[in-house]
Design a protein around this ligand. Structure first.
Ligand SMILES: [Zn+2]
Length: 77
């Protein structure tokens, strides 16, 4: 990694810049680590949301099934 040049887009950057001002590429190890931890946090949050959504869908389906069961029982009588 050359100082002052973005390795991704080859734009000239300030020597002490943490991120490329043009494409946002992390120019220091510290900045790269920050980006990675933010990504991990985001993925974990997305997973939680997905699980919550799946739970809601399952709950809804269970309700539908129990409704259907009741209907079927009524028809059988
Ligand atoms: Zn760049």
């Amino acid at each position: 990694m050359k100082p002052g040049v973005c390795p991704r887009c080859h734009e000239l950057t300030a020597v002490n810049a943490k991120f490329c001002f043009k494409c946002g590429f992390p120019l220091t190890k510290e900045a790269a680590t920050t980006v990675e931890s933010i990504k991990t946090d985001y993925v974990q949050l997305a997973d939680l949301d997905e699980i919550r959504e799946m739970k809601n869908t399952l709950k809804h389906e269970l309700e539908e099934i129990s409704k259907l069961k009741k209907m079927m029982l009524k028809v059988e009588k």
